[in-house]
Design a protein around this ligand. Structure first.
Ligand SMILES: NC(=O)c1ccc[n+]([C@@H]2O[C@H](COP(=O)([O-])OP(=O)(O)OC[C@H]3O[C@@H](n4cnc5c(N)ncnc54)[C@H](O)[C@@H]3O)[C@@H](O)[C@H]2O)c1
Ligand SMILES: [Zn+2]
Ligand SMILES: [Zn+2]
Length: 370
């Protein structure tokens, strides 16, 4: 079948809309009609070449839609099911899935290759075989994905909002709850209030952070953070430092969650200085794979027993956490409508990324037409 898709051919060049040929689903695979796709900064990392992917690649890794067809051996979903995609597939049986760490499932090995488990590429076009970002490629009207990349959800949920639970929500929420281990009474700093950071703010507030300090150079982001639970907001880590010291009697924060667009050495050092003894610095934002951007005094880390932790998909388990987080949306404890700033057609995807980079959006969402 044919599908319109947004494709990166060359790093630094605009994303192109192209008609591609899509294969039928084979063993363990499903055909999905994508209805909505969120715009995340990680797509920009692929488009800019910060994360070096095999190209051409269909962009998009935050998606929701309806299952159209299933290949042989598919047991997790059936045609007609509403699903939210997980940008991390989970096989269920590798060492990491089996011990409850689905976010580091071995099937994640081809995230930047964009091939399905087993190595095949279901999209073809003028430039040959096309990969799909995170095995999804949600900026396509249709996709063929492995059953381990989709999670069925309650049909009463609005998929135009639930779509954010494919990346931004679990990544941000889990960075706070799972990786930073935020507990009631904690002092928490969130640095960078985009589609990921705003969900770390929501989670820390929900977990009962006493002081919740949001840092972002942009006023619209600081306002949104204050609206959704931050107690203080600053334009820079330098501006926040004194208040964090005052609020905690000099003990500094229990955790700092780093969610800026592109993670720098300065961000990591700021996070390290914002936390106190036994403080946890969570690295969620990304940069080039070979960028050396942790330069810290190891003896201070040791003597203050600080920890620096990486967080992938918020260390969530998609099969259980996507429905759990959507349950929090259903009962009003997780806000989704409030964090979607605007929507785009697929052919406006470059405009959507300009808005992301200028900071106009907390989260933008592509609405597919069929
Ligand atoms: N680890 C994971 O599993 C995972 C998953 C998804 C996204 N990410 C990464 O998380 C990061 C954030 O993604 P996003 O979609 O929320 O991006 P975004 O562009 O929507 O938001 C980034 C925010 O950071 C702010 N910012 C930039 N520099 C800052 C600084 N020095 N101090 C404070 N704030 C600053 C920007 O103003 C913006 O509001 C990206 O690097 C993305 O690739 C990681
Ligand atoms: Zn993402
Ligand atoms: Zn696995």
């Amino acid at each position: 079948m044919k599908t319109q898709a947004a494709v990166v051919h060359e790093p630094g060049k605009p994303i192109e809309i192209e008609e591609l040929e899509l294969d039928e689903p084979r063993e363990g695979e499903v055909l999905i009609q994508y209805l909505y796709a969120g715009l995340c900064h990680s797509d920009v990392h692929i488009a800019h070449g910060d994360l070096e992917a095999r190209l051409p690649m269909v962009l998009g890794h935050e998606g929701a839609g309806v299952i159209q067809e299933v290949g042989p051996g598919v047991t997790r979903v059936k045609p007609g099911d509403h699903v939210v995609c997980s940008f991390i597939p989970n096989c269920g049986t590798c060492r990491y899935c089996a011990n409850g760490q689905q976010s580091i499932c071995d099937l994640g090995a081809t995230l930047l290759e964009g091939s399905l488990p087993g190595g095949r590429f279901p999209y073809r076009g003028s430039a040959g075989e096309y990969g799909a970002m995170c095995l999804l490629g949600t900026f396509s009207q249709y996709g063929v994905v492995h059953q381990s990349s989709v999670v069925p959800v309650d049909e009463s949920l609005p998929l135009d909002k639930a779509v954010l639970v494919g990346c931004g929500v679990p990544t941000g929420w889990g960075s706070a709850i799972n990786t930073a281990e935020v507990k009631a009474g904690d002092t928490v700093v969130v640095l960078g209030v985009g589609g990921i950071g705003i969900n770390a703010v929501q989670a820390a507030a929900f977990a009962g952070a006493k002081h919740l300090i949001a840092i972002d150079p942009l006023a619209n982001k600081r306002e949104k953070a204050l609206e959704l639970g931050a107690t203080h907001a600053f334009a820079s880590a330098t501006d926040a430092m004194e208040t964090v010291a005052d609020l905690t009697g000099g003990q500094m924060a229990d955790s700092a969650i780093l969610t800026p667009g592109l993670l720098t050495t300065e961000n990591v050092t700021d996070g390290f200085n914002l936390v106190g003894k036994a403080g946890i610095v969570v690295l969620t934002a990304l940069n080039k794979l070979d960028e050396i951007n942790i330069q810290l005094p190891a003896s201070v880390l040791t003597l203050f027993r600080k920890q620096v932790r990486g967080s992938l998909f918020g260390d969530c388990n998609p099969t259980t956490d996507i429905p759990r987080l959507l349950g929090l949306y259903q009962n009003g404890n997780l806000k989704l409508d409030e964090i979607i700033t605007r929507t785009y057609r697929l052919d406006e995807v470059n405009r959507g990324y300009e808005d992301l980079l200028s900071g106009a959006n907390v989260r933008g969402v592509v609405v597919h037409s069929h």
